[in-house]
Design a protein around this ligand. Structure first.
Ligand code: FEO
Ligand code: CA
Ligand code: CA
Length: 625
């Protein structure tokens, strides 16, 4: 979400930002300072290109760059609008009525600004690609495109605020494929809206911390709802992980006057950007000073039980989580990767104490409750060290304000500072390519990095385009404390930016900017979604590339969003024949009366609506080839 992300980035601690690191590392590799074409050869040189002649696995016709009102997919592909903001998802839910919105209606309808998408097959564990639950994050709302004559976002009426609140959270919706079309099953018993009011519980070391006591929670364990949900992940045991990201936007009051001022300063809390705290004491830091510690977590949801209580997994730390993705090792150890999306924040992994058992789902349901969080330190020699975040060890002691492991997790950013982690260019999605066992992190951009602050993995000052870093354990064991890393690509327009890196065969439509989300297909190809490319003159969208061999990092444009939108999701069915994508904030910034697009309805009586689409190949077949 570009608008709020721009407000992020308050890490002013003085860890070394090894400015010479990149110069030494990249010079050795022979790519530094080379322009577009030459830098591509450099990238190929440092990524061990295979012998030439391997057939490409991605053969779709590229979508050209450009910006217009439409969603564009390649020739030979089609998209179906599956779920739009306001679509009824419960049996008996009212039809969407733009001018009669209410909390009660919205709680039974698809929420706003769809971001993460997970598809879990039905029946559970069946591997079905024709029936399943679609679980979708609703990251935030934009009153200017939801309500006619909306006042400022922090001056909404009680009724508008209640609609906004109900439009956040997640939707769980059963869908079925009939022939070439997907259908929403509105009378499914699985369908559910999760909102900022849904009862939840804390688990892990911070659960019960006195710092989590609030007006509503007298035990620091009970908590309510989730919001600011950006990306997420699906676990091997069929639960959904959702990341609470830009949670600072929701609070009123003066954070400086609370006993959590240091923590809140780092998050940018209490800037009165919304009206939630105007109408509800819960979101007013004057009346409820600890409420903001209840958000910034990874939440685990069981989509197969609509009555289940979602769990906030405090062991994964509190930050502006983008999402969370899991790799299960050969011995069953679960490693969860997550990123903190703000300028100069960090990449993390959680290593479970207990082991995954494919035959014991109820035991797997608590795997994320116990384990050790680690933060990443990237070194110029190509190694990556995972620094364990353990109370009482190293600097994580009372002398530095930590009184428990719960404190280490509530103040994860501060703990990471003290451990000397590497300050990154806004870590967005971190996901595991299960074909290669390598992990990929999208580093979306960092306009504030100075020339003195560049390092090997964040090698550009005033980085408006972002990069993708790949890392892996040489032993294959993701619980290892030492990994290797390489840059996969340096995004940007090679014609304008003299320090980009792609495969030399990349077409004029193949360059991208601001990687944000990603997915991997069954062949190990990466599908990259962007948020912010419009700032470089092209629509956001999806690009696909192989990750190994001769065509590694040869990005090809697959999709173009309507103007104003970022592209989220993307998520494949198990057979890779459907790609679900979330079109978030179409028409953003262009106003109610004459929006730049009215996608997907193109009805003059309807504003643009965020929506999830299902993309298939005409006549069927694997997406991409
Ligand atoms: Fe919500 Fe980090 O994008
Ligand atoms: Ca983003
Ligand atoms: Ca995102």
């Amino acid at each position: 979400m570009a608008a709020f992300d721009e407000l992020a980035g308050t890490n002013s601690c003085d860890n070394p930002l090894f400015s010479d690191v990149l110069l030494r590392r990249m010079n050795r590799r022979g790519v530094l300072g080379l322009g577009a074409g030459a830098s591509m050869a450099g990238l190929c040189a440092f990524t061990a290109c295979a012998a030439e002649g391997t057939p490409a696995s991605l053969t779709f016709t590229e979508v050209p760059h450009g910006i217009d009102e439409q969603l564009t997919v390649p020739d030979g592909y089609q998209y179906q609008v599956l779920l739009r903001w306001g679509d009824p998802i419960m049996d008996g839910a009212p039809a969407f009525d733009l001018h009669k919105q209410s909390r009660v209606s919205q709680e039974q309808q698809f929420g706003y600004n769809n971001d993460f998408i997970g598809f879990v097959p039905l029946p559970a564990g069946s591997g079905s690609s024709s029936r399943g639950l679609l679980v979708v994050n609703h990251e935030y709302t934009d009153a200017s495109l939801m309500f006619a004559d909306a006042p400022a976002a922090n001056a909404l009426s009680l009724e508008q605020t209640e609609v906004e609140i109900a439009a956040h959270g997640l939707s769980v919706v059963e869908i079925r494929r009939e022939g070439e079309n997907w259908q929403v099953v509105t009378d499914s018993g699985f369908n559910r809206r999760i909102t900022p009011l849904t009862p939840m519980r804390f688990t892990g070391p911070a659960a019960g911390s006195p710092r989590l006591h609030t007006l509503d929670s007298d035990d620091g364990i009970k908590t309510w709802g989730t919001y600011g949900n950006c990306a997420g992940g699906v676990t091997p045991w069929g639960t959904i992980l959702t990341g609470e990201e830009n949670v600072d936007a929701y609070f009123s009051g003066i954070a400086e006057n609370t006993d959590e001022a240091e923590n809140y300063r780092r998050f940018g809390m209490g800037l009165n950007r919304r009206s939630w705290g105007l109408h509800f004491p819960r979101w007013d830091l004057v009346q409820n000073p600890h409420e903001a510690l209840h958000v910034g977590w990874i939440v685990e949801i069981d989509p197969f039980d609509p009555d289940s209580v979602p769990m906030k997994r405090s062991g994964l730390g509190r930050m502006k989580h983008e999402g969370c993705n899991i790799h299960v090792g050969e011995d069953g150890t679960v490693v969860a990767y997550t990123g903190d999306d703000a300028r100069f924040e960090y990449l993390y992994k959680f290593v479970s104490a207990n082991r995954y058992d494919p035959d014991n789902r109820s035991a797997n349901m608590t795997l994320l409750a116990e384990g050790i969080l680690h933060v990443a330190q990237f070194n110029e020699d190509g190694t990556l060290r995972w620094l364990p975040m353990i109370y009482g060890e190293g600097p994580l002691t009372r002398d530095n304000g930590f009184n428990s492991q719960g404190d280490v997790l509530i103040d994860a950013r501060k703990a990471a500072d003290l451990l000397g982690a590497t300050k990154m260019d806004r870590p967005e999605d971190v996901d595991v390519n299960e074909v290669t066992g390598h992990v990929f992190a999208m580093l979306t951009n960092n306009s504030q990095r100075t020339a003195e602050q560049i390092d090997a993995v964040n090698p550009r000052a005033a980085n408006g385009n972002g990069q993708i870093v790949e890392f892996w354990p040489e032993s294959g064991n993701h619980a290892d404390e030492t990994f290797r890393w390489e840059l996969f690509l340096l995004a940007g327009n090679p014609a304008e930016d003299d320090f980009t890196a792609y495969h030399p065969g990349t077409s004029e439509n193949g360059w991208l900017s601001c990687p944000d989300n990603c997915a991997f297909d069954n062949l190990g190809n990466i599908w990259i979604a962007t948020d912010g490319a419009e700032g470089k003159g092209i629509a956001d969208g999806v690009w696909a590339a192989e990750t190994q061999g001769e065509h590694r990092a040869l990005t090809r444009r697959f999709l173009r969003t309507p103007v104003g939108a970022e592209l989220c999701g993307p998520f494949f069915t198990p057979d890779n024949e459907t790609l679900f994508c979330a079109v978030q904030h179409p028409g953003q910034g262009s106003g109610w009366n004459n929006p730049d697009t009215r996608w997907p309805d193109f009805d003059v009586a309807m504003p643009p609506r965020p929506a999830v689409v299902a993309i298939t190949k005409t006549g069927g077949g694997r997406i991409g080839s």
